[in-house]
Design a protein around this ligand. Structure first.
Ligand SMILES: Cc1cc2nc3c(=O)[nH]c(=O)nc-3n(C[C@H](O)[C@H](O)[C@H](O)COP(=O)(O)OP(=O)(O)OC[C@H]3O[C@@H](n4cnc5c(N)ncnc54)[C@H](O)[C@@H]3O)c2cc1C
Length: 373
């Protein structure tokens, strides 16, 4: 279908003698290297999707300005601007996650004693530490790019279906991203599995966090409020709310199904979506927050618009995922209590995302590119 510049062929190795001096790593531990290579692959694939997204955005912007309908460029139309704005906001979120994840891995790699016999084991351990984030980046990056490639074809209309235009190739080439480096279904399962295993080993304080959440539910204490006048105050609460929603769903699912949870893949998938959205929301917020700190409020306006656009849509998706999972896990009064908690976590005044997307689209149309460096 796509990536025709890359040759894909099966290679069967059967009873191949390997001279001792050619053995890589330790005999019997090749799978550890293979799994860690997948972590690097997922990280690079997710980050690479940002490049693809920016490329397709430039194509879509160019076409939207050039193509006229009823005497006006289609770029003037609200439904086209809405697509462009959404493409920009999704790219912003994945780019923020890429910077954050690579930055954290780089920090750990700085501690590796290069040249020492332990160097490769230390590198593997550093990558393993962020395996969850690598999987998140892979799934979120590839799904964002899939959306962007699809909307680019749509903006091109019938021309987008023709191989004469780059967006057709973009759509075909990106399709494999959700399949290789572990399908997105497998990565969704892995994200929850890795988090639960770390929690059981005491490496991650998920259980105390879930218990704290239960206490909060009993006391019905209002969730901590940030002063509303602070920029992104509502969105900061929403990111926290999605994290709590993930804990609520995961905690309820583990309590109900225990070891049988693996048979409830749909709930694991929904929990994974909540975890991923939580990471994306927080990453976009951290980036926009840094921009606010470093520049004038006007200088951070586009970052704030992109973060707000992403976060409000993400909260809608998260609420839908959590409701679907809770409706499977609980019923009757228990379900009603959990849904009430969920509403409290995700209580929000909707942002004018139509206006936000129009502003983002106008900015990109003015620059002829993705508006962030
Ligand atoms: C262009 C291309 C290049 C590739 N390059 C490489 C490469 O360089 N190295 C390499 O090792 N591999 C490579 N692959 C293989 C690729 O990694 C696999 O295709 C991929 O892992 C999916 O495996 P599969 O095709 O056997 O699908 P299957 O495992 O049969 O999956 C089919 C469907 O079932 C779902 N599924 C399977 N198991 C589960 C489960 N337990 N729970 C829920 N859903 C499940 C999958 O998500 C998928 O939707 C490449 C593939 C392509 C198309």
């Amino acid at each position: 279908m796509g990536i025709r510049g890359s040759s894909t062929t099966p290679l069967n190795l059967e009873n191949v003698p390997v001279p001792v001096e050619n053995v890589l790593g330790e005999i019997g531990k090749g799978h550890q290297i293979a799994f860690n290579i997948l972590n690097v692959g997922r990280l690079k694939l997710g980050a690479g999707c940002v490049g693809g997204a920016k490329y397709l955005l430039v194509e879509a912007l160019r076409w939207a300005k050039q193509r006229t309908a009823f005497g006006h460029p289609i770029a003037d139309l609200g439904l086209i601007k809405e697509k462009l704005g959404e493409m920009i906001a999704k790219t912003y979120a994945v780019e923020s996650m890429s910077y954050r994840t690579t930055g954290m891995i780089e920090q750990l790699l700085e501690g590796v004693h290069q040249g020492a016999p332990t160097a490769s084991a230390e590198t593997l351990a550093a990558l393993q530490e962020y395996a969850v984030e690598c999987s998140i980046l892979k799934v979120m990056g590839t799904e964002a790019l899939h959306f962007i490639a699809d909307e680019s074809v749509q903006i091109f209309g019938g021309y987008g279906f023709s191989s004469e235009y780059e967006v057709e190739r973009g759509f075909r080439d990106q399709r494999v991203n959700r399949i290789f480096e572990g399908t997105n279904e497998i990565n969704r399962l892995l994200i929850v599995d890795m988090l639960l295993k770390r929690s059981m080993k005491g490496q991650l304080a998920l259980i105390p966090a879930a218990e704290k959440l239960a206490d909060e539910a009993l006391s019905l204490a209002p969730s901590e409020a940030t002063p509303d006048e602070a920029p992104l105050a509502e969105e900061t609460r929403l990111a926290e709310g999605v994290k709590k929603s993930a804990l609520l769903v995961a905690g309820s699912a583990v309590r109900k199904y225990m070891m049988g949870l693996e048979k409830e893949q749909e709930i694991i998938g929904a929990t994974s979506n909540l975890v991923m959205e939580s990471y994306a929301m927080e990453s976009a917020l951290l980036r926009a927050g840094k921009k606010i700190e470093k520049s004038s409020p006007d200088g951070a306006a586009w970052d704030v618009d992109a973060a707000r656009t992403y976060l409000h849509a993400a909260a809608d998706r998260a609420e839908s995922d959590a409701r679907r999972a809770l409706a499977r896990i609980a019923e009757g009064d228990m379900l009603r209590t959990q849904l009430a908690l969920l509403r409290r976590f995700l209580k929000r005044t909707p942002a004018d995302t139509i206006g936000l997307k129009r502003r983002l689209a106008d900015r990109a149309l003015e620059l002829n590119r993705y508006p962030f460096a």
